[in-house]
Ligand binder design. Sequence first.
Ligand SMILES: [Zn+2]
Length: 244
Amino acid sequence: MDPAFAVLLLSAIAAAASTVGVLPLVRRPHVPLVAIGWAHALAGGAMLGAAFVLMTATPNRSPDVAALGALLGIAFVRLTHMASGTEDLDLDRLDETSGMYGYRVLLVNALHSAFEGVAIGAAVMVDLPFGVFVALAMGVHNVPEATALSAVLRAHGVRLRHAAGLAFVSNVPQILMAVATVALIRTEPSLLPWALGFAFGAMVYLVLAEHLPESYRKAGYTTIALVTIVAMGIVVLMGGGRGG
Ligand SMILES: [Zn+2]
């Protein structure tokens, strides 16, 4: 299959999976805060797992390049947070009713998904089965991430179907960046270890800066650590190591 078509299809499926995230809100519009914490922990754990398998897929002769890519990924996340004024945004303020707050939460989610798009694109360029695995992992992770987002949107009076639509829209940057990453690496194959490292650094940083602080605030340290580790472990075990 042509990598450009494959990445478009895979990232679109991953983004569409986010709409499933509104289902827990069908019967109860107000989700307990502890459940939002678990949703963040599940999403964060899956991201850590995906980041790990991406790093193990780095070609053997370029760990230094991947490390530099990771630094670049971290710097880019930090810069986008600073440029958009969202570095200290609390993502789960259900009592905050201003429209500006809802807009900023959507913006954070859209930026977040763009970095995950780089992960899907780079994985497809490693090989197709690996691309399918990472896209599926990101798709599954999009579900609890969308649950956390929809809980905020619903608390702001957004209708369920609109929340599903917005969850998908916030993941459109994932599709765009996945396609752009494939296009870039096809033009310049030496960028693959850079892209793998970039996605690793960006995703680990996003977990540490966004998902985990939110989780810890909503639920206890021990349960969140356990949920995160189990989610990460499942992705790592299913993805396997590529190095060596
Ligand atoms: Zn995520």
